[in-house]
Design a binder for this molecule. Structure first.
Ligand code: FAD
Length: 479
Protein backbone atom coordinates (compact mmCIF):
# COMPACT_ATOMS: atom_id res chain seq x y z
CA UNK A 1 0.00 0.00 0.00
CA UNK A 2 2.92 2.34 0.81
CA UNK A 3 3.79 3.06 -2.83
CA UNK A 4 0.19 3.50 -3.94
CA UNK A 5 -0.72 7.19 -3.67
CA UNK A 6 -3.20 8.35 -1.05
CA UNK A 7 -5.85 10.96 -1.79
CA UNK A 8 -6.92 13.69 0.64
CA UNK A 9 -10.42 14.91 -0.20
CA UNK A 10 -10.73 18.43 1.21
CA UNK A 11 -14.14 19.91 1.97
CA UNK A 12 -14.66 22.60 4.63
CA UNK A 13 -11.15 22.07 5.96
CA UNK A 14 -9.07 24.29 3.70
CA UNK A 15 -5.91 24.37 5.79
CA UNK A 16 -2.57 22.59 6.16
CA UNK A 17 -2.07 22.89 9.93
CA UNK A 18 -4.12 20.76 12.31
CA UNK A 19 -5.75 18.92 9.45
CA UNK A 20 -6.08 15.30 10.65
CA UNK A 21 -6.96 13.91 7.20
CA UNK A 22 -3.86 15.48 5.68
CA UNK A 23 -1.68 14.39 8.60
CA UNK A 24 -3.09 10.86 8.31
CA UNK A 25 -2.35 10.65 4.58
CA UNK A 26 1.19 12.06 5.00
CA UNK A 27 1.88 9.66 7.88
CA UNK A 28 1.33 6.72 5.50
CA UNK A 29 4.60 7.64 3.80
CA UNK A 30 2.89 7.32 0.40
CA UNK A 31 2.72 10.09 -2.21
CA UNK A 32 -0.32 12.29 -1.60
CA UNK A 33 -2.79 13.87 -4.03
CA UNK A 34 -4.99 16.62 -2.62
CA UNK A 35 -8.34 17.23 -4.28
CA UNK A 36 -11.18 19.70 -3.87
CA UNK A 37 -14.40 18.78 -5.66
CA UNK A 38 -16.97 21.39 -6.60
CA UNK A 39 -20.46 19.98 -6.95
CA UNK A 40 -23.26 22.48 -7.25
CA UNK A 41 -25.86 19.74 -6.68
CA UNK A 42 -24.49 18.46 -3.39
CA UNK A 43 -26.26 19.20 -0.08
CA UNK A 44 -25.16 22.62 1.27
CA UNK A 45 -23.46 23.70 -1.96
CA UNK A 46 -22.13 27.21 -1.30
CA UNK A 47 -24.31 30.28 -1.92
CA UNK A 48 -23.14 33.41 -3.73
CA UNK A 49 -21.01 35.06 -1.02
CA UNK A 50 -19.51 31.76 0.10
CA UNK A 51 -18.52 31.02 -3.51
CA UNK A 52 -16.52 34.26 -3.51
CA UNK A 53 -14.82 33.10 -0.33
CA UNK A 54 -14.21 29.63 -1.68
CA UNK A 55 -12.51 31.00 -4.80
CA UNK A 56 -10.02 33.01 -2.78
CA UNK A 57 -9.53 30.35 -0.14
CA UNK A 58 -8.70 27.73 -2.77
CA UNK A 59 -6.26 30.09 -4.43
CA UNK A 60 -4.51 30.71 -1.07
CA UNK A 61 -4.40 27.00 -0.36
CA UNK A 62 -2.93 26.24 -3.78
CA UNK A 63 -0.13 28.76 -3.13
CA UNK A 64 0.55 27.31 0.33
CA UNK A 65 0.73 23.79 -1.14
CA UNK A 66 3.03 24.98 -3.90
CA UNK A 67 5.47 26.22 -1.21
CA UNK A 68 5.82 22.66 0.12
CA UNK A 69 6.14 20.97 -3.25
CA UNK A 70 2.52 19.86 -3.55
CA UNK A 71 -0.41 20.94 -5.66
CA UNK A 72 -4.16 21.16 -5.40
CA UNK A 73 -6.27 19.19 -7.85
CA UNK A 74 -9.58 20.83 -8.67
CA UNK A 75 -12.38 18.78 -10.15
CA UNK A 76 -16.03 19.48 -10.82
CA UNK A 77 -18.91 17.00 -10.63
CA UNK A 78 -20.31 14.41 -8.26
CA UNK A 79 -17.78 13.45 -5.60
CA UNK A 80 -18.42 9.75 -6.11
CA UNK A 81 -17.51 9.76 -9.78
CA UNK A 82 -14.65 12.25 -9.38
CA UNK A 83 -13.04 10.20 -6.60
CA UNK A 84 -13.43 6.86 -8.36
CA UNK A 85 -12.03 8.32 -11.61
CA UNK A 86 -9.16 10.06 -9.83
CA UNK A 87 -8.27 6.97 -7.81
CA UNK A 88 -8.19 4.89 -11.02
CA UNK A 89 -6.12 7.51 -12.88
CA UNK A 90 -3.34 7.67 -10.30
CA UNK A 91 -3.69 4.14 -8.94
CA UNK A 92 -4.60 5.37 -5.44
CA UNK A 93 -4.88 2.89 -2.59
CA UNK A 94 -6.61 5.07 0.02
CA UNK A 95 -8.72 8.19 0.50
CA UNK A 96 -8.76 10.35 3.65
CA UNK A 97 -11.26 13.00 4.66
CA UNK A 98 -12.43 14.99 7.67
CA UNK A 99 -16.01 14.25 8.62
CA UNK A 100 -19.14 16.26 7.78
CA UNK A 101 -22.19 16.07 10.02
CA UNK A 102 -25.49 16.72 8.23
CA UNK A 103 -27.32 13.41 7.73
CA UNK A 104 -27.59 14.16 3.99
CA UNK A 105 -23.81 14.66 3.80
CA UNK A 106 -23.13 11.56 5.87
CA UNK A 107 -25.27 9.56 3.43
CA UNK A 108 -23.15 10.83 0.50
CA UNK A 109 -19.90 9.98 2.30
CA UNK A 110 -21.17 6.53 3.23
CA UNK A 111 -22.07 5.72 -0.35
CA UNK A 112 -18.64 6.90 -1.53
CA UNK A 113 -16.94 4.81 1.13
CA UNK A 114 -18.82 1.72 -0.08
CA UNK A 115 -18.11 2.41 -3.74
CA UNK A 116 -14.40 2.85 -3.06
CA UNK A 117 -14.32 -0.26 -0.86
CA UNK A 118 -15.78 -2.26 -3.79
CA UNK A 119 -12.74 -1.13 -5.79
CA UNK A 120 -10.35 -2.15 -3.04
CA UNK A 121 -9.66 1.43 -1.94
CA UNK A 122 -9.50 2.11 1.79
CA UNK A 123 -11.18 5.17 3.28
CA UNK A 124 -10.37 6.81 6.61
CA UNK A 125 -12.33 9.67 8.17
CA UNK A 126 -11.28 11.99 10.98
CA UNK A 127 -12.65 14.71 13.21
CA UNK A 128 -11.10 17.92 11.92
CA UNK A 129 -14.04 20.28 12.47
CA UNK A 130 -15.10 19.98 16.10
CA UNK A 131 -13.69 19.89 19.62
CA UNK A 132 -15.89 16.86 20.30
CA UNK A 133 -17.92 14.69 17.97
CA UNK A 134 -21.70 15.34 18.21
CA UNK A 135 -22.28 11.87 19.66
CA UNK A 136 -19.54 12.03 22.30
CA UNK A 137 -20.94 14.13 25.14
CA UNK A 138 -24.05 12.74 26.80
CA UNK A 139 -26.54 13.95 29.38
CA UNK A 140 -26.88 12.09 32.68
CA UNK A 141 -29.76 10.13 31.10
CA UNK A 142 -27.49 9.06 28.24
CA UNK A 143 -29.07 11.12 25.47
CA UNK A 144 -27.70 14.05 23.51
CA UNK A 145 -27.84 17.57 24.93
CA UNK A 146 -30.84 19.71 23.97
CA UNK A 147 -29.96 22.69 26.17
CA UNK A 148 -26.85 24.76 25.62
CA UNK A 149 -25.75 25.62 29.21
CA UNK A 150 -25.28 22.04 30.46
CA UNK A 151 -23.71 21.15 27.10
CA UNK A 152 -21.13 23.92 27.52
CA UNK A 153 -20.48 22.97 31.13
CA UNK A 154 -19.81 19.42 30.02
CA UNK A 155 -17.64 20.41 27.07
CA UNK A 156 -15.63 22.81 29.18
CA UNK A 157 -14.94 20.09 31.74
CA UNK A 158 -14.15 17.44 29.11
CA UNK A 159 -12.00 19.72 26.93
CA UNK A 160 -11.13 18.93 23.31
CA UNK A 161 -10.91 15.27 22.25
CA UNK A 162 -7.46 15.72 20.71
CA UNK A 163 -4.82 16.79 23.21
CA UNK A 164 -2.78 18.93 20.83
CA UNK A 165 -3.19 20.46 17.40
CA UNK A 166 -1.08 19.08 14.56
CA UNK A 167 1.74 20.91 12.77
CA UNK A 168 1.43 21.45 9.01
CA UNK A 169 3.43 19.06 6.81
CA UNK A 170 6.83 20.45 5.77
CA UNK A 171 6.84 18.61 2.48
CA UNK A 172 4.37 16.44 0.59
CA UNK A 173 5.55 14.00 -2.03
CA UNK A 174 3.43 13.96 -5.16
CA UNK A 175 2.12 10.91 -7.05
CA UNK A 176 4.15 9.90 -10.13
CA UNK A 177 1.11 10.51 -12.33
CA UNK A 178 0.17 14.12 -11.72
CA UNK A 179 -3.63 14.37 -11.79
CA UNK A 180 -5.17 16.84 -14.22
CA UNK A 181 -6.82 19.80 -12.57
CA UNK A 182 -9.53 22.28 -13.62
CA UNK A 183 -8.53 25.94 -13.74
CA UNK A 184 -10.10 27.68 -10.74
CA UNK A 185 -11.32 30.52 -12.99
CA UNK A 186 -13.31 28.01 -15.07
CA UNK A 187 -15.60 27.46 -12.08
CA UNK A 188 -16.71 31.12 -12.21
CA UNK A 189 -17.14 31.31 -8.44
CA UNK A 190 -16.75 35.07 -8.21
CA UNK A 191 -20.01 36.99 -8.70
CA UNK A 192 -21.09 37.92 -12.20
CA UNK A 193 -22.32 41.27 -10.81
CA UNK A 194 -18.97 42.91 -10.06
CA UNK A 195 -20.54 45.64 -7.89
CA UNK A 196 -21.73 43.15 -5.33
CA UNK A 197 -18.72 41.90 -3.37
CA UNK A 198 -16.55 44.83 -4.50
CA UNK A 199 -15.92 45.71 -0.84
CA UNK A 200 -15.19 42.13 0.23
CA UNK A 201 -11.45 42.19 -0.57
CA UNK A 202 -10.98 45.31 1.58
CA UNK A 203 -12.45 43.50 4.56
CA UNK A 204 -11.56 39.85 4.22
CA UNK A 205 -8.43 37.79 3.56
CA UNK A 206 -9.64 34.25 2.87
CA UNK A 207 -7.16 31.46 3.54
CA UNK A 208 -5.22 29.92 6.38
CA UNK A 209 -2.74 32.81 6.75
CA UNK A 210 -5.63 35.32 6.91
CA UNK A 211 -7.36 33.19 9.54
CA UNK A 212 -4.26 32.98 11.68
CA UNK A 213 -3.67 36.74 11.47
CA UNK A 214 -7.26 37.45 12.44
CA UNK A 215 -7.14 35.11 15.42
CA UNK A 216 -3.83 36.51 16.66
CA UNK A 217 -5.01 40.11 16.24
CA UNK A 218 -8.21 39.37 18.17
CA UNK A 219 -6.41 37.58 20.98
CA UNK A 220 -3.78 40.25 21.39
CA UNK A 221 -6.16 43.21 21.27
CA UNK A 222 -9.87 42.51 21.77
CA UNK A 223 -10.42 39.31 23.71
CA UNK A 224 -10.28 41.06 27.09
CA UNK A 225 -13.01 43.51 25.97
CA UNK A 226 -15.11 40.82 24.31
CA UNK A 227 -17.33 40.08 27.30
CA UNK A 228 -18.35 43.74 27.70
CA UNK A 229 -18.52 44.77 24.07
CA UNK A 230 -19.52 41.75 21.99
CA UNK A 231 -23.12 42.98 21.69
CA UNK A 232 -22.13 46.35 20.25
CA UNK A 233 -22.12 46.36 16.44
CA UNK A 234 -20.61 49.85 16.44
CA UNK A 235 -17.49 48.74 18.35
CA UNK A 236 -16.59 45.72 16.24
CA UNK A 237 -14.86 43.84 19.04
CA UNK A 238 -15.80 40.33 17.97
CA UNK A 239 -13.23 38.10 16.26
CA UNK A 240 -14.74 37.95 12.74
CA UNK A 241 -13.36 34.44 12.55
CA UNK A 242 -16.68 32.97 11.38
CA UNK A 243 -15.92 32.58 7.65
CA UNK A 244 -12.47 31.20 8.47
CA UNK A 245 -14.05 28.64 10.81
CA UNK A 246 -16.86 27.90 8.36
CA UNK A 247 -14.32 27.00 5.65
CA UNK A 248 -12.02 25.24 8.08
CA UNK A 249 -9.10 27.60 7.53
CA UNK A 250 -8.54 27.38 11.25
CA UNK A 251 -9.70 24.56 13.52
CA UNK A 252 -11.65 25.04 16.75
CA UNK A 253 -8.82 23.21 18.51
CA UNK A 254 -6.33 25.84 17.33
CA UNK A 255 -8.70 28.56 18.56
CA UNK A 256 -9.06 26.77 21.90
CA UNK A 257 -5.30 26.38 22.35
CA UNK A 258 -4.40 29.92 21.36
CA UNK A 259 -7.13 31.37 23.57
CA UNK A 260 -5.75 29.45 26.55
CA UNK A 261 -2.23 30.73 25.73
CA UNK A 262 -3.65 34.27 25.63
CA UNK A 263 -5.13 33.72 29.12
CA UNK A 264 -1.73 32.46 30.33
CA UNK A 265 -0.23 35.62 28.91
CA UNK A 266 -2.58 37.92 30.81
CA UNK A 267 -5.82 38.13 28.79
CA UNK A 268 -8.95 38.47 30.98
CA UNK A 269 -9.93 34.86 31.74
CA UNK A 270 -13.68 35.51 32.18
CA UNK A 271 -13.87 37.42 28.91
CA UNK A 272 -11.87 34.74 27.06
CA UNK A 273 -14.21 32.09 28.51
CA UNK A 274 -17.19 33.98 27.07
CA UNK A 275 -15.44 33.90 23.69
CA UNK A 276 -14.90 30.14 24.01
CA UNK A 277 -18.55 29.71 24.93
CA UNK A 278 -19.39 31.12 21.48
CA UNK A 279 -17.12 28.52 19.92
CA UNK A 280 -19.20 26.06 21.97
CA UNK A 281 -22.39 27.45 20.36
CA UNK A 282 -20.84 26.39 17.06
CA UNK A 283 -20.27 22.91 18.49
CA UNK A 284 -23.84 22.81 19.84
CA UNK A 285 -25.16 23.78 16.40
CA UNK A 286 -23.23 20.85 14.88
CA UNK A 287 -24.70 18.55 17.49
CA UNK A 288 -28.19 19.68 16.38
CA UNK A 289 -27.27 19.35 12.69
CA UNK A 290 -26.20 15.76 13.31
CA UNK A 291 -29.19 14.74 15.41
CA UNK A 292 -31.99 16.52 13.50
CA UNK A 293 -32.24 15.61 9.84
CA UNK A 294 -33.34 18.62 7.77
CA UNK A 295 -32.30 21.20 10.38
CA UNK A 296 -32.40 23.98 7.78
CA UNK A 297 -36.02 23.34 6.83
CA UNK A 298 -37.88 21.24 9.43
CA UNK A 299 -38.67 22.84 12.81
CA UNK A 300 -37.31 20.85 15.75
CA UNK A 301 -40.52 21.63 17.64
CA UNK A 302 -43.21 19.92 15.51
CA UNK A 303 -45.96 22.37 16.64
CA UNK A 304 -44.30 24.98 14.41
CA UNK A 305 -45.07 22.95 11.28
CA UNK A 306 -48.57 24.44 11.36
CA UNK A 307 -47.47 28.01 12.18
CA UNK A 308 -49.61 30.44 10.14
CA UNK A 309 -46.75 32.13 8.27
CA UNK A 310 -47.56 34.82 5.73
CA UNK A 311 -46.26 34.56 2.19
CA UNK A 312 -45.87 38.27 1.42
CA UNK A 313 -43.20 38.53 -1.29
CA UNK A 314 -43.06 42.35 -1.17
CA UNK A 315 -42.31 42.34 2.57
CA UNK A 316 -39.65 39.69 2.08
CA UNK A 317 -38.05 41.76 -0.64
CA UNK A 318 -38.11 44.89 1.55
CA UNK A 319 -36.35 42.93 4.31
CA UNK A 320 -33.68 41.52 2.02
CA UNK A 321 -33.00 44.95 0.53
CA UNK A 322 -32.80 46.77 3.89
CA UNK A 323 -35.94 48.80 3.18
CA UNK A 324 -38.18 48.00 6.16
CA UNK A 325 -38.19 51.53 7.57
CA UNK A 326 -36.65 50.29 10.85
CA UNK A 327 -33.10 51.72 10.71
CA UNK A 328 -31.33 49.05 12.82
CA UNK A 329 -32.91 46.27 10.74
CA UNK A 330 -32.03 48.01 7.49
CA UNK A 331 -28.48 48.69 8.70
CA UNK A 332 -27.98 44.97 9.39
CA UNK A 333 -29.38 43.83 6.06
CA UNK A 334 -27.25 46.36 4.19
CA UNK A 335 -24.13 45.38 6.14
CA UNK A 336 -24.84 41.80 5.05
CA UNK A 337 -25.19 42.77 1.39
CA UNK A 338 -22.13 45.02 1.32
CA UNK A 339 -19.73 42.97 3.44
CA UNK A 340 -21.04 39.39 3.38
CA UNK A 341 -21.26 39.43 7.18
CA UNK A 342 -23.44 40.84 9.93
CA UNK A 343 -22.80 41.37 13.61
CA UNK A 344 -24.40 38.66 15.80
CA UNK A 345 -26.64 41.03 17.79
CA UNK A 346 -27.98 42.50 14.58
CA UNK A 347 -28.46 39.03 13.07
CA UNK A 348 -30.75 38.30 16.02
CA UNK A 349 -32.65 41.58 15.54
CA UNK A 350 -33.20 41.17 11.78
CA UNK A 351 -34.09 37.49 12.12
CA UNK A 352 -36.60 38.23 14.87
CA UNK A 353 -38.07 41.03 12.76
CA UNK A 354 -38.58 38.67 9.81
CA UNK A 355 -40.28 35.89 11.76
CA UNK A 356 -42.19 37.94 14.34
CA UNK A 357 -42.89 41.40 12.91
CA UNK A 358 -43.36 40.25 9.33
CA UNK A 359 -44.56 36.71 10.16
CA UNK A 360 -42.50 35.36 7.28
CA UNK A 361 -41.09 31.81 7.45
CA UNK A 362 -37.69 31.47 9.08
CA UNK A 363 -36.68 29.18 6.23
CA UNK A 364 -36.81 32.20 3.87
CA UNK A 365 -34.39 34.03 6.12
CA UNK A 366 -32.15 30.99 6.35
CA UNK A 367 -32.01 30.81 2.54
CA UNK A 368 -31.20 34.50 2.16
CA UNK A 369 -28.44 34.28 4.74
CA UNK A 370 -27.14 31.13 3.07
CA UNK A 371 -26.76 33.02 -0.20
CA UNK A 372 -25.32 36.26 1.17
CA UNK A 373 -23.13 35.35 4.16
CA UNK A 374 -19.46 34.61 3.59
CA UNK A 375 -19.63 32.54 6.79
CA UNK A 376 -22.78 30.60 5.76
CA UNK A 377 -22.46 27.41 7.75
CA UNK A 378 -24.76 24.36 7.51
CA UNK A 379 -25.01 24.03 11.29
CA UNK A 380 -24.77 27.56 12.71
CA UNK A 381 -27.11 29.14 10.17
CA UNK A 382 -29.88 26.56 10.47
CA UNK A 383 -29.62 26.23 14.26
CA UNK A 384 -29.56 30.00 14.78
CA UNK A 385 -32.63 30.53 12.61
CA UNK A 386 -34.52 27.83 14.50
CA UNK A 387 -33.38 29.44 17.76
CA UNK A 388 -34.67 32.87 16.70
CA UNK A 389 -37.95 31.51 15.38
CA UNK A 390 -38.59 29.77 18.69
CA UNK A 391 -38.83 26.32 17.14
CA UNK A 392 -35.29 25.09 17.87
CA UNK A 393 -33.74 23.19 20.75
CA UNK A 394 -33.18 25.57 23.67
CA UNK A 395 -34.72 28.33 21.54
CA UNK A 396 -35.58 31.90 22.47
CA UNK A 397 -39.26 31.63 23.40
CA UNK A 398 -41.45 32.77 20.50
CA UNK A 399 -43.37 35.18 22.74
CA UNK A 400 -40.19 37.13 23.57
CA UNK A 401 -40.34 39.68 20.79
CA UNK A 402 -37.42 42.05 20.24
CA UNK A 403 -38.40 45.67 19.96
CA UNK A 404 -36.24 46.89 17.04
CA UNK A 405 -36.36 50.47 18.29
CA UNK A 406 -35.07 49.85 21.80
CA UNK A 407 -32.63 47.18 20.58
CA UNK A 408 -31.13 49.77 18.21
CA UNK A 409 -30.97 52.39 20.96
CA UNK A 410 -29.40 50.01 23.44
CA UNK A 411 -26.79 48.32 21.29
CA UNK A 412 -25.93 51.19 18.93
CA UNK A 413 -26.24 53.97 21.50
CA UNK A 414 -24.45 56.66 19.50
CA UNK A 415 -25.97 55.49 16.23
CA UNK A 416 -22.58 55.10 14.50
CA UNK A 417 -23.43 51.67 13.05
CA UNK A 418 -26.90 52.69 11.89
CA UNK A 419 -25.64 55.92 10.32
CA UNK A 420 -22.88 54.07 8.45
CA UNK A 421 -25.30 51.78 6.65
CA UNK A 422 -28.43 53.96 6.50
CA UNK A 423 -27.10 57.37 5.49
CA UNK A 424 -30.63 58.53 4.56
CA UNK A 425 -31.41 59.01 8.28
CA UNK A 426 -27.93 59.93 9.46
CA UNK A 427 -28.83 63.58 10.04
CA UNK A 428 -31.52 62.75 12.62
CA UNK A 429 -30.67 63.24 16.31
CA UNK A 430 -30.08 60.03 18.30
CA UNK A 431 -33.48 60.38 19.94
CA UNK A 432 -35.23 59.76 16.62
CA UNK A 433 -32.62 57.74 14.75
CA UNK A 434 -34.32 54.38 15.39
CA UNK A 435 -37.87 55.78 14.89
CA UNK A 436 -37.74 58.42 12.15
CA UNK A 437 -41.55 58.43 11.88
CA UNK A 438 -41.76 60.03 15.34
CA UNK A 439 -39.35 62.86 14.55
CA UNK A 440 -40.90 66.35 14.51
CA UNK A 441 -40.88 68.00 11.10
CA UNK A 442 -38.11 70.45 12.03
CA UNK A 443 -35.73 67.49 12.53
CA UNK A 444 -36.72 65.56 9.42
CA UNK A 445 -36.47 68.74 7.32
CA UNK A 446 -33.04 69.52 8.74
CA UNK A 447 -31.90 65.91 8.19
CA UNK A 448 -33.37 65.80 4.67
CA UNK A 449 -35.55 62.79 5.50
CA UNK A 450 -38.85 62.44 3.66
CA UNK A 451 -40.47 59.19 4.68
CA UNK A 452 -41.91 57.29 1.75
CA UNK A 453 -39.61 59.21 -0.61
CA UNK A 454 -35.97 58.87 0.32
CA UNK A 455 -36.47 56.40 3.17
CA UNK A 456 -39.44 54.05 3.69
CA UNK A 457 -41.99 54.51 6.42
CA UNK A 458 -42.16 51.53 8.82
CA UNK A 459 -43.31 48.36 7.04
CA UNK A 460 -45.35 47.39 10.11
CA UNK A 461 -46.36 49.15 13.29
CA UNK A 462 -44.37 47.60 16.16
CA UNK A 463 -47.20 47.30 18.76
CA UNK A 464 -49.66 45.91 16.19
CA UNK A 465 -47.08 43.50 14.76
CA UNK A 466 -46.34 42.28 18.26
CA UNK A 467 -49.99 41.46 18.93
CA UNK A 468 -50.32 39.77 15.52
CA UNK A 469 -47.26 37.59 16.25
CA UNK A 470 -48.57 36.58 19.66
CA UNK A 471 -51.96 35.67 18.13
CA UNK A 472 -50.22 33.51 15.54
CA UNK A 473 -48.25 31.81 18.29
CA UNK A 474 -51.48 31.07 20.21
CA UNK A 475 -52.81 29.37 17.07
CA UNK A 476 -49.70 27.14 17.02
CA UNK A 477 -50.10 26.27 20.67
CA UNK A 478 -53.68 25.10 20.05
CA UNK A 479 -52.52 22.60 17.40
P1 FAD B 1 -17.39 35.80 17.69
O1 FAD B 1 -18.32 36.49 18.56
O2 FAD B 1 -15.99 36.32 17.62
O3 FAD B 1 -17.42 34.26 17.98
C1 FAD B 1 -16.36 33.37 17.64
C2 FAD B 1 -16.88 32.22 16.80
O4 FAD B 1 -17.85 31.47 17.53
C3 FAD B 1 -17.60 32.64 15.54
O5 FAD B 1 -16.67 32.91 14.51
C4 FAD B 1 -18.47 31.45 15.24
O6 FAD B 1 -17.76 30.41 14.60
C5 FAD B 1 -18.85 30.98 16.64
N1 FAD B 1 -20.15 31.55 17.03
C6 FAD B 1 -20.37 32.75 17.62
N2 FAD B 1 -21.68 32.91 17.89
C7 FAD B 1 -22.30 31.79 17.46
C8 FAD B 1 -23.65 31.35 17.46
N3 FAD B 1 -24.64 32.07 18.00
N4 FAD B 1 -23.93 30.16 16.93
C9 FAD B 1 -22.95 29.37 16.40
N5 FAD B 1 -21.65 29.74 16.37
C10 FAD B 1 -21.32 30.92 16.90
N6 FAD B 1 -22.57 31.85 12.35
C11 FAD B 1 -21.87 31.25 11.37
O7 FAD B 1 -20.67 30.98 11.53
N7 FAD B 1 -22.47 30.94 10.18
C12 FAD B 1 -23.77 31.22 9.93
O8 FAD B 1 -24.28 30.89 8.84
C13 FAD B 1 -24.52 31.88 10.95
N8 FAD B 1 -25.82 32.23 10.74
C14 FAD B 1 -26.51 32.87 11.75
C15 FAD B 1 -27.87 33.19 11.55
C16 FAD B 1 -28.60 33.84 12.55
C17 FAD B 1 -30.05 34.16 12.33
C18 FAD B 1 -27.97 34.18 13.75
C19 FAD B 1 -28.73 34.88 14.83
C20 FAD B 1 -26.64 33.85 13.98
C21 FAD B 1 -25.90 33.19 12.98
N9 FAD B 1 -24.55 32.82 13.19
C22 FAD B 1 -23.86 32.19 12.18
C23 FAD B 1 -23.92 32.97 14.52
C24 FAD B 1 -23.16 34.28 14.76
O9 FAD B 1 -23.94 35.37 14.40
C25 FAD B 1 -21.84 34.35 14.00
O10 FAD B 1 -21.08 33.18 14.21
C26 FAD B 1 -21.00 35.54 14.50
O11 FAD B 1 -21.70 36.74 14.34
C27 FAD B 1 -19.71 35.59 13.71
O12 FAD B 1 -18.94 36.71 14.08
P2 FAD B 1 -17.56 36.52 14.82
O13 FAD B 1 -16.72 35.54 14.09
O14 FAD B 1 -17.00 37.88 15.02
O15 FAD B 1 -18.03 35.89 16.19
Amino acid sequence: MQDKPHIVWLRRDLRLADNPALTGACASGAPVAIVYIFDEDEPFAPGGAAKWWLHHSLRALDEALDDIGASLTLRRGSAKSVLTDLAAEIGAGAVHWNRRYAPSQIAVDKEIKETLADRGIETTSYNGALLREPWELKTGAGGHFKVFTPFWKNLRAAGPARAKSEKPPKKISQPKIKPKSDRLESWALTPSNPNWAEEFPNIWTPGEAGASEKLDAFLSADVSRYDDERNRPDLDTTSRLSPHLAFGEVSPLQVWEKTHSAIDNGARADSAATFLSEIAWREFSYLLLYHYDGLNSIPIKPAFESFPWRGDKADLRAWTRGQTGYPIVDAGMRQLWRTGWMHNRVRMIVASFLVKHLLLPWQEGEKWFWDTLVDADPASNAASWQWTAGCGADAAPYFRIFNPITQGEKFDPDGAYTRLYVPEVSGLPNKYLQKPWDAPEKFTRHAGVTLGENYPGPLVDHPKARVRALDAFEHTKKK
